[in-house]
Design a protein around this ligand. Structure first.
Ligand code: ZN
Length: 465
């Protein structure tokens, strides 16, 4: 498995061999989550829940099916999705009077209910989220976690008294996002999408993009400000303190199992997965190093070590199988376990435990007497180092370009006058996708790559994964 030679093949091999997904299910783009992959996804979900709950969002669960009549209420929204949705057309043998859409996202299932729930300004802000499966008929080549037809999806939806309060929500979403991305050791950019690329029906869209070492970009999620674009067609109104009826302003924030795809693609190496400790089902694996005549002593010591770490709150396992140590190393490295602990006769005599870090390959020893605290500190360090390494790679992969010739196969940034015509010309000529302008601004002065006009607008672009 060579990540640098053929990223695509490497990725497809790692996700299956490490036990993250099983692609043999007989519907294309709908994969099975085996236990190991699902455990990791559940850790990711738990961090999302933790952050959303802490910021006053309530978890809800809406129906999977949406009546065609609701789905078609916002005209840009339906235009953006009509080639991607699955339809339920029959109930048993009878054609349905009103056909049903299998949710591709939940605006149109939630908003008819929001119209009933929101009555007065006292009901606002309304902040809810759900983690559910959504369905989109993907026509491009499918890829586990990255381009699938059944998507494990997180979405938060909020309603506010005015545009400014909705804007404050967008800012809060950025803080929530940072907390989650820290856990995954993933760097990212917040890029405001172009008008032709924003979410169907949105006032504006901020894409959350990360850099994949193959040179491509991967959109991990997005945050949208809707203004009144949905509340008008769905009639979500409240009575303000003066007794006037006003439309709410709305936002959404969505992410998916792509987070796991990014973890694989960004951190993995030729030996397989490399998991950030916070989402590793096994954070440390204990390997007893048995020699002639000491099996019982070593096994007893290794179990004691495991129990001590477990009591301290570390997710630890012991590999007591009959395989040779080398085969065990290989197996747990493939699964991305952050820390390997080896315990042999010599270690016990010296009062130490040998360790090997999965991310850097660094090896050394830790004092047996202080092992739990040392392991905890090491896991924290691994998490930080992984992010720093990925951030450094992302930063060094952005090239500023001034011409459309010989565009590097990585991320590029360049001047753009702001016109759709120039933007689309650049995308077509260079076969890249404009991701957008940095949300928090970036000092720039240069010329539009297409028309040459002087501009302060800078955009990032890449080949999308
Ligand atoms: Zn231009």
């Amino acid at each position: 498995m060579k990540k640098e030679e053929n990223f695509s093949e490497w990725y497809n091999e790692v996700v299956e061999e490490a036990g993250l997904t099983d692609k043999r299910y007989p519907v294309k783009g709908m994969n099975v989550w085996p236990a190991y992959g699902w455990k990791i996804m559940r850790y990711i979900d738990s961090f999302i829940r933790q952050e959303l709950d802490a910021t006053g969002h309530d978890e809800v669960c809406f129906p999977l099916l949406i009546p065609e009549t609701e789905f078609k209420k916002e005209k840009d929204h339906i235009k953006g999705f009509d080639e991607e949705v699955y339809w339920v057309t029959h109930a048993g043998l009878n054609p349905l009077d009103v056909q049903l859409v299998i949710r591709p996202t939940s605006e149109t299932s939630m908003y008819p209910m929001f119209a009933l729930w929101v009555r007065s300004h006292g009901d606002l802000p309304l902040k809810v989220y759900q983690i559910v499966n959504t369905f989109r008929y993907e026509t491009k080549q499918t890829r586990a976690f990255i381009r699938v037809r059944e998507i494990h999806f997180f979405e938060s939806h909020t309603c506010h008294v005015d545009e400014a309060d909705a804007q404050r929500q967008v800012e809060e979403d950025f803080v929530i996002l940072e907390q989650i991305m820290k856990r995954l050791s993933l760097p990212y950019l917040l890029l405001k999408r172009t008008e032709w690329d924003k979410f169907p029906g949105a006032h504006y869209t901020v894409g959350i993009d990360t850099y994949i070492p193959s040179g491509r970009s991967l959109q991990l999620g997005s945050i949208h400000h809707y203004r009144e674009n949905f509340s008008r067609p769905f009639d979500i109104k409240y009575e303000d303190p003066d007794g006037d009826q006003k439309y709410v302003h709305q936002t959404t924030f969505g992410m998916s199992e792509r987070l796991l795809g990014a973890v694989v693609g960004v951190h993995g190496d030729d030996r397989g997965l490399v998991l950030p400790p916070d989402i590793a089902p096994v954070q440390a694996i204990v390997i007893p190093i048995i020699a002639k005549g000491n099996r019982e002593e070593i096994t007893a010591n290794a179990r004691q070590l495991r129990d001590e770490l477990k009591d301290f709150g570390i997710r630890v396992q012991i590999d007591e199988s009959d395989e040779r140590p080398g085969a065990k190393f290989y197996k747990w490295e493939l699964k991305g376990v952050p820390l390997r602990l080896e315990l042999g006769g010599r270690d016990i005599k010296k009062g130490v435990v040998s360790f090997a870090r999965r991310d850097t390959g660094e090896k050394g020893t830790m004092l047996r007497s202080n092992i739990a605290k040392d392991v905890e500190a090491m896991l924290l360090k691994i998490s930080k180092d992984m992010r720093a390494k990925a951030q450094q790679l992302m930063d060094s992969s952005v090239t500023t370009i001034e011409s459309l010739d010989n565009i590097p196969k990585k991320w590029v940034r360049f001047g753009w006058c702001g016109s759709e015509e120039c933007g689309q010309k650049i995308e077509e000529t260079a076969d890249i996708k404009i991701l957008g302008t940095p949300y928090s601004g970036e000092k720039f002065h240069g010329k539009c790559l297409a028309c040459g006009q002087e501009t302060d607008i800078v955009v990032y672009a890449a080949r999308a994964m």
